[in-house]
Design a protein around this ligand. Structure first.
Ligand SMILES: NC(=O)c1ccc[n+]([C@@H]2O[C@H](COP(=O)([O-])OP(=O)(O)OC[C@H]3O[C@@H](n4cnc5c(N)ncnc54)[C@H](OP(=O)(O)O)[C@@H]3O)[C@@H](O)[C@H]2O)c1
Length: 228
């Protein structure tokens, strides 16, 4: 287990909550971030109660503003709607310490401009993850991951999450540092997705999975075969 503090920016939403629950259950130190301190604290209290009910002990999970969470953490996970990505990064970027790692989970789905969740938006930077890197401070690595993992599966603590996690990034060491976070989620498997530019493809797969979910009335995940 890593002893690094993890801030989940927008952690009051479903995806952030799911990741916070899974990681806190395995002993990672988590701060749920929100634009509103009280909302963050309430989300943290609710998550602690869920974890207690699931039998988890010694949980270290608090709530703070996004800015305070980003200032305190070594790993900063972005789980905010695409439409809020630029403004949120501009708000927290000054707070992020050099040497930290940003993990972008953002998917640029069409509802950001009023369209369908089964369609992906074109992003000038190439992908949401590359847009994140353009806004990240100097000396801070950016990787993308967990875009294909559904919140529903993450929040169901009694079940395994049947999904491979494709990690994209331009720095090998930064990507490797996600291995423990992926391994902490039962059923998930780390897959090296290559450079950050490949995130464009990974983000688009989420729109495809949402389409499957609608057509088959289920919660789908992703498995890559042929890799031991
Ligand atoms: N949900 C999933 O199953 C899933 C799966 C894979 C990837 N993702 C991606 O993960 C990200 C988060 O998904 P989600 O479903 O958790 O999203 P969400 O619930 O809509 O939003 C997450 C949090 O972002 C904050 N937020 C909302 N609008 C904002 C704005 N205009 N400015 C700043 N902050 C804002 C809110 O926190 P506060 O109001 O407390 O600040 C909210 O609780 C998205 O990019 C999504 O595409 C989601």
């Amino acid at each position: 287990m890593s002893n690094q503090l993890i801030a989940i920016i927008g952690g009051t939403g479903d995806q952030g909550k799911g990741l916070a629950l899974r990681w806190a259950k395995k002993g990672f130190e988590i701060i749920i971030g929100s634009r509103d301190r009280e909302r963050a604290r309430a989300a943290a209290a609710a998550a602690r109660a869920m974890l207690k009910a699931s039998g988890a002990d010694n949980v270290n999970l608090e709530g703070a503003t996004n800015a305070d969470a980003a200032a305190a953490a070594q790993i900063i996970v972005l789980t905010i709607p695409f439409a809020a990505q630029i403004a949120t990064l501009k708000e927290i970027r000054e707070k992020i310490k050099a040497g930290s790692l940003i993990v972008d989970v953002t998917v640029p789905l069409e509802p950001a401009v009023g369209g369908k969740p089964t369609r992906i938006l074109g992003v000038w930077a190439g992908s949401a993850a590359q847009q994140c890197r353009e806004l990240a401070p100097e000396g801070v690595q950016v990787v993308s991951a967990f875009q294909n993992v559904g919140a529903e599966a993450l929040i169901s603590l009694d079940r395994e999450v049947e999904c491979d996690v494709i990690v994209c990034g331009d720095d090998k060491e930064a990507k490797q540092s996600l291995r423990p976070l992926v391994a902490a989620i039962p059923g998930c498997r780390y897959i090296d997705g290559g450079p950050l530019a490949n995130s464009r493809t990974v983000e688009a797969i989420t729109a495809l999975l949402i389409g499957f979910n609608i057509r088959y009335k289920t919660h789908t995940g992703l498995r890559i075969t042929g890799i031991e």
